[in-house]
Design a protein around this ligand. Structure first.
Ligand SMILES: Nc1nc2c(c(=O)[nH]1)N(C=O)[C@@H](CNc1ccc(C(=O)N[C@@H](CCC(=O)O)C(=O)O)cc1)CN2
Ligand SMILES: Nc1ncnc2c1ncn2[C@@H]1O[C@H](COP(=O)(O)OP(=O)(O)OP(=O)(O)O)[C@@H](O)[C@H]1O
Length: 219
């Protein structure tokens, strides 16, 4: 790509991040709570149908979809809950098993993250499903994050771990967000991990996973 095109691409992503942040910020607290619960309910259905035993999930910050009802559901149903801790020095994430809310402490960017002194590190293994946060999504697996590349780097790392552990199954990568975050098309680059599915307050769409209905497949 020539320098002019690169500048255009970066500014377009930057502008999109800004406008999609505003869109999310504009939802009232009541709407956020209501839509988050609806999305978490949909997400739990997906996990039931796929017989998932472990999930990785973010703890919400700023106006993100509140994922906490899903964590509560997972604990109640005996699923292993894995939460990332971000390391800004190399923009990587360490994974920890979270068993109680009080294991969280404020981490990078003010995000509530597992306390490495108290939570058990989740190593040499791969969660069955990864719930991916984002500012914008589309219905072809496209996603726009905050621009740190944290989830793309994790995808690369887990891909190697799946290989090393001779695991037959890759984790499912499913976006989770408010329906207002869904766009016709999100610009993607080579390094961007294409999502397998997307859950919003209005339902699931995506690839038909094991046990997942086929009525809403990606285009
Ligand atoms: N809840 C949650 N946890 C998460 C993520 C997420 O999206 N949600 N991440 C998902 O990857 C990672 C954190 N990624 C982040 C990347 C950048 C910024 C940030 O504050 N960026 C500046 C802009 C910097 C710039 O323009 O260069 C900002 O938004 O003000 C925050 C988080 C890991 N943990
Ligand atoms: N697997 C990777 N290895 C190294 N660098 C990467 C990788 N994936 C992405 N990057 C770099 O990270 C930066 C941010 O990528 P991108 O704009 O796709 O972030 P994002 O997916 O929106 O953010 P996030 O995942 O943190 O929410 C880019 O400069 C990109 O080159």
């Amino acid at each position: 790509m020539n320098p002019e095109e690169e500048i255009k691409r970066v500014s377009a992503k930057h502008a999109l991040r800004r406008s999609m942040t505003l869109r999310r910020d504009e939802l009232s607290d009541e709407e956020r709570t209501k839509r988050s619960k609806q999305a978490c309910e949909m997400a739990s259905e997906v996990m039931k149908e796929c017989h998932v035993q472990s999930m990785m999930i973010y703890v919400p910050f700023r106006s993100e979809l509140d994922s906490r009802p899903l964590v509560e559901w997972a604990w109640e149903h005996g699923l292993q809950v894995i939460v990332p801790r971000s390391l800004p020095q190399d923009r990587s994430m360490e994974l920890y098993e979270l068993q109680k809310w009080d294991e969280l402490i404020p981490g990078a960017y003010g995000i509530q993250e597992p306390d490495p002194q108290r939570s058990k590190m989740f190593m040499n293994d791969v969660p069955d499903i990864i719930w991916v946060p984002g500012l914008a999504f589309d219905r072809n697996g496209g996603r726009l994050g905050y621009g740190g590349g944290y989830y793309d780097r994790l995808a690369d790392r887990l891909c190697h771990e799946v290989h090393d552990a001779a695991r037959l199954k890759e984790p499912l990568w499913v976006g989770i967000g408010y329906e207002v975050q869904v766009l016709e098309h999100v610009p993607m680059e080579e390094h961007d991990r294409v999502l397998d599915g997307l859950v919003t307050d209005l339902g699931y769409s995506g690839k038909a996973g094991p046990g997942l209905r086929r009525d809403n497949e990606w285009n």
